[in-house]
Design a protein around this ligand. Structure first.
Ligand SMILES: NC(=O)c1ccc[n+]([C@@H]2O[C@H](COP(=O)([O-])OP(=O)(O)OC[C@H]3O[C@@H](n4cnc5c(N)ncnc54)[C@H](OP(=O)(O)O)[C@@H]3O)[C@@H](O)[C@H]2O)c1
Length: 291
């Protein structure tokens, strides 16, 4: 089955902070789906899945309208869900991955995860063991597709070499205030491998709305200048359009809990920046023009 994610993805990392009821989670999700945002980003470590599962239980047909993304492999100290952790660590062992997926399925109240990502690279990753784990989860119908998050190009290529199917994505941090993937090969690799990346903190975790440093002020001013030129609703819409202008065709992940901000984000899908507008934002972030 082909994985089809929506161009924009809705992220639930901050769900516990929102303090939403199940009904409020459902309302946000339903509106997002109406707007064409059908891919929902979770992780076992966000502790967002049980609350989302309760929201889904209010409207079971919603499950077939969305794609659920979950992540595994981070074990914070004292996290407690799957046992006592004495130190923050990563764990891509077969036993832990399977336990984590089982916990996610139980909390979400579903029989399948559409896309499972290895959350942050585990330095003790045994690529053969990961391949076996993926095969077992796929065979059981518990996970339909696999990908990674925060992987370097070498880590990505190493894991890919052990797998029969292409990894679906590398979910990475990218925004006008985090441009490292433009220069470290991550986005070149994504393009070469035909793998659409996903961008987390595409609005720099909200820092675009409270600029403090000279660099942040310059970036916001450049985004505002472009917004005025193209008639965008907000600098957020320009920031998303700026990310989506990349030829690897990334999926930005929205981190907002506000329906009007989700609607605003959708307006970015019809914005097109010229090369000069794109480079003006790049230059503001870089602090100097291209040579
Ligand atoms: N794979 C990974 O390692 C990883 C790491 C981090 C995040 N993620 C994923 O990426 C998703 C998005 O990350 P993120 O939450 O950092 O995204 P983000 O969109 O960069 O930041 C979201 C924050 O910005 C605020 N915000 C958004 N629009 C705003 C506006 N117009 N004015 C003022 N504040 C605004 C939001 O507040 P409001 O809610 O009030 O709008 C929220 O606090 C997460 O939910 C998670 O699914 C993945």
């Amino acid at each position: 089955m082909v994985l089809k994610l929506s161009p924009l993805v809705l992220g639930f990392w901050r769900l516990r902070k929102w303090g939403f009821t199940a009904q409020e989670i459902l309302a946000l999700t339903e509106r997002a789906v109406e707007l064409g945002i059908t891919s929902m980003d979770h992780a076992m470590v966000y502790r967002s899945e049980a609350a989302f599962g309760e929201a889904l239980a209010l409207r079971p047909p919603m499950r077939d309208q969305i794609q659920i993304i979950s992540k595994c492999g981070i074990r914070p100290q004292g996290f407690g869900e799957l046992g006592a952790e004495s130190v923050n660590h990563y764990d891509f062992s077969k036993a832990h991955t399977i336990q984590s997926v089982e916990a996610s399925l139980r909390d979400l109240g579903t029989d399948r995860i559409d896309l499972l990502l290895l959350h942050r690279p585990d330095f003790l990753m045994d690529i053969g063991e990961v391949a076996e784990t993926f095969a077992e989860l796929k065979e059981a119908g518990k996970v339909l597709h696999f990908g990674v998050s925060n992987f370097t190009v070498h880590q990505l290529e190493s894991l890919q070499s052990a797998l029969p199917d292409p990894l679906a994505t590398n979910q990475i941090e990218f925004s006008p205030l985090q441009m490292s993937p433009l220069g470290d090969g991550t986005l070149d690799a994504a393009q070469r491998m035909g793998m659409r990346p996903m961008f987390w903190s595409a609005l720099a975790g909200g820092r675009l709305f409270r600029p403090k440093t000279k660099r942040e002020v310059a970036v916001v001013s450049a985004l505002q200048g472009v917004a005025d030129e193209v008639g965008a609703m907000s600098i957020a819409a320009v920031a998303y359009a700026w990310s989506m202008a990349l030829p690897s065709r990334p999926h930005p992940i929205l981190g907002t809990c506000k329906i009007d901000r989700v609607e605003d984000a959708v307006s970015s899908l019809t914005l097109h920046l010229s090369r000069e507008q794109w480079y003006r934002v790049w230059e503001a972030s870089n602090g100097a023009p291209v040579p």
